[in-house]
Design a protein around this ligand. Sequence first.
Ligand code: L14
Length: 339
Amino acid sequence: MAREFSIAVAGATGAVGQTFLKVLAERNIPMKELRLLASERSEGKKINFKGNELTVHRLEHDSFEGIDIALFSCGGDRSLTFAPSAAKAGAVVVDNSSAWRMDPDVPLVVPEVNPHAISGYKNKGIIANPNCSTIQMVVALKPLHDKARIKRIVVSTYQAVSGTGHKAIIELENQIIAWAEGKPMENKVYPHRIAFNCLPHIDSFLENGYTKEEMKMVNETRKIMEIPDVMVSATTVRVPVFYSHSEAVNVEFETPVSPDEAKELLKNAPGVRLVDDPSKNEYPLAIDAQGQDLTYVGRIRKDLSCENGLAMWVVADNIRKGAATNAVQIAEVLMDKYL
Ligand code: L14
């Protein structure tokens, strides 16, 4: 990576946008220019990047002249509006929203799982970054699928409020403070109180009784893992955790794979940290995964309800591996191999 690149961040002031900047700095991405874009609300704001003060500009159709890679995390509507303009200006868009993920002409990529799909950016100039819950699950399952072929997945998630953005982090904080002070707890972001509660409701409900978040886990898993016929059933739940999603995953395989074999495979798998020593109370925890880029896997045991099954617990930082880090990893492959 001798060359330097011009990078734009659309949605630079959001929870994911801020983490884009952190990850770009940490990974020393070679940049000629870093252009920060956001809605007019944040126009003119100053943001420090590696000791330089950068000004936030308003996201517009002509914001992308000279940009090589545009990292988008500014919501699905804005992405539908502005990603094609960025692509037209010659940038490759890596988009964190759900807007483009299931478009057959847009690759949906987790670099540890399907890096070859990145070449598909040539179709529309857009690559989609998958849903946070899906990313960490497929990182954990890919090495096992390569060994024994997955037939069916049943997953329940325990998702942090940061996925909804800054406003939800503040809502949970305020509810905890109100509770401690014996005052009424107010909710605006979620339809119910999230403090000391669990909400089986992420994104909106569909006709079939599932939420959009649940159906993302079904459809995105099929696309990323390239197993169009895999059966997936998901229940996605919001829990009063600030960062990191946890998941209980039950997987059924075509052929046997023992817990010991699975541990051996996961110990050496890219992007995975195996944390599995229950005798020492060691298993993946949200508070340990927070701020990290790896997907933590543990509690690996036989699923007693089927012939070739495993059960496990999978945890990752939803804002880092689940969003910003995964997108920056895609950008790194683009810079290394394609641009
Ligand atoms: O990326 O936690 O499709 O509310 C959007 C909603 C991620 C989770 C996505 C949340 C989701 C987010």
